[in-house]
Ligand binder design. Structure first.
Ligand SMILES: *Cc1c(COP(=O)(O)O)cnc(C)c1O
Length: 426
């Protein structure tokens, strides 16, 4: 199959214009977060963040790398799972675990590294918790011959040694955060030499490090341009489904910041939005899945909040539990984010998206069932989508109706076996 050569941007098709990012109100004496963001990102990404062009060309150099990392990723059918559930539903999934870093995050890491390189930037920094994002940026940097420095939350650095090893194999410099390498890190360590670190602290260190040199900062989710890059997933899936004469009735993905959900769903949802702005007339169902432990839709508010825990980045209008929300230590690290991408928030408000919530244990059980049926071990994040898919397939069985389900298999769980061991007692 030919790769799509343009990304899809949902902004021009939204039922209402998106509220823009902003600086906090009544904070005159402080710095401008908007200006800070302009300094730490490549210019091309700022343009992509704001553009209302529906189609954005993918540079040839990025298409080449997409091919090298195994795009298009396989569209697979979970026949054995269907059989096990004895359901009339047909279950398809887009297997993003097939990329070298094992998740969808490489789809945006590659263009971010490419644009930085093109603009003469000398290196990239970022923060990472569980490690999937840091791993993706480390590989993208290696592919464009750029140094990458990853500030890894100290507790994860010790708990997830294998992610740290992969990043180093790719040539990245991985530093446990808080560190002595930034003013911010030094300040935190002065107050508490044994600080376990947090995503907010690691992010502050990464941004400070980038600002002090001709480097830029990589963003793993939430922002419009990240969802734009991830649309490659849904565009490929749409072609692949067409080739086998299928059209999904229900699309499902888990939601952390929203990038794998937006990536799969937006090309399909946008197609409908171009025909009607009335959600009652939609043909398909669009289902996002969040952990019950991070109930940003059912218990969160739709309001302006900081994009990041440190309050360094601008405020976004989104469903949020508050940037100071401390999530319980669930293993699906990628789903612990306090908010969700503004475009997804708006579409939920407008009645285009449904949300399902599940607890950790039942998601790991769903992952066990999937692994046994299909042979592929899902990431703890992906298990949330799988749990919802199983419930939808059982609903189809009860109603005895045909249902074509397509879900995003956001990543494999081969580096998360310790989590399976803990939760399922294996
Ligand atoms: C990061 C991650 C997620 C959650 O992030 P989104 O931006 O919501 O997609 C989900 N699954 C995997 C495997 C991840 O690495």
């Amino acid at each position: 199959m030919e790769l799509p050569n343009k990304w899809y941007n949902i902004l021009p098709d939204l039922p209402k214009p998106l509220a823009p990012p902003r600086d906090p109100e009544g904070a005159e004496e402080e710095f401008s977060r908007i200006e800070l963001l302009l300094k730490v990102l490549p210019q091309k990404l700022i343009w992509q963040e704001n553009t209302v062009e529906r189609w954005v060309p993918i540079p040839d150099e990025v298409l080449e790398v997409y091919k090298e990392i195994g795009r298009p990723t396989p569209l697979m059918r979970a026949r054995r799972l269907e059989k096990l559930l004895d359901t009339p539903a047909r279950i398809y999934f887009k297997y993003e675990g097939a990329t070298p870093t094992g998740s969808h995050k490489i789809n945006t890491a590659v263009p971010q590294a490419y644009y930085a390189k093109e603009e003469g930037v000398e290196g990239l920094t970022t923060e990472t918790g569980a490690g999937q994002w840091g791993t993706a940026l480390a590989l993208a940097g290696a592919m464009y011959d750029m140094p990458v420095k990853v500030f890894m939350v100290r507790s994860s650095y010790h708990q997830k040694p294998y992610r740290r090893v992969i990043m180093r194999l790719y040539g990245a410099d991985v530093t446990p955060s808080p560190s002595e390498e930034t003013e911010f890190g030094k300040k935190v360590l002065r107050e508490n030499p044994d600080h376990p670190g947090s995503l907010g602290i690691a992010m502050s260190e990464a941004i400070e490090y980038a600002l002090k040199r001709n480097w830029r900062y990589g963003v793993g989710s939430v922002m419009n341009f990240v969802l734009l890059h991830q649309s490659i997933i849904g565009l490929e899936a749409m072609k692949q489904m067409e080739e086998i004469g299928e059209d999904p009735d229900v699309l499902v993905a888990c939601i952390g910041g929203g990038s794998n959900f937006g990536g799969l769903v937006f090309p399909f949802l946008g197609q409908e939005l171009q025909k009607t702005k009335d959600p009652k007339k939609k043909r398909r169902r669009y289902v996002g899945v969040t952990p019950s432990e991070v109930p940003k839709f059912s218990k969160g508010k739709y309001e302006y909040d900081f994009a990041d825990a440190a309050g360094l980045l601008p405020q976004l209008k989104m469903h949020t539990l508050g940037h100071e929300f401390t999530p319980p230590p669930i293993y699906a690290g990628g789903l612990r984010y306090h908010g969700v991408a503004p475009a997804i928030s708006l579409l939920y408000e407008e009645g285009w998206i449904e949300i399902m919530e599940y607890e950790q244990k039942e998601c790991f059980e769903a992952g066990r069932l999937f692994a046994k049926a299909e042979g592929i071990v899902p990431a703890p994040e992906t298990n949330h989508a799988i749990k919802a898919v199983i419930d939808l397939a059982l609903e189809a069985k009860r109603k005895n109706e045909e249902m074509v389900i397509l879900f995003n298999f956001s990543g494999h769980g081969l580096l998360d076996l310790g989590n399976y061991q803990s939760v399922l007692g294996l």
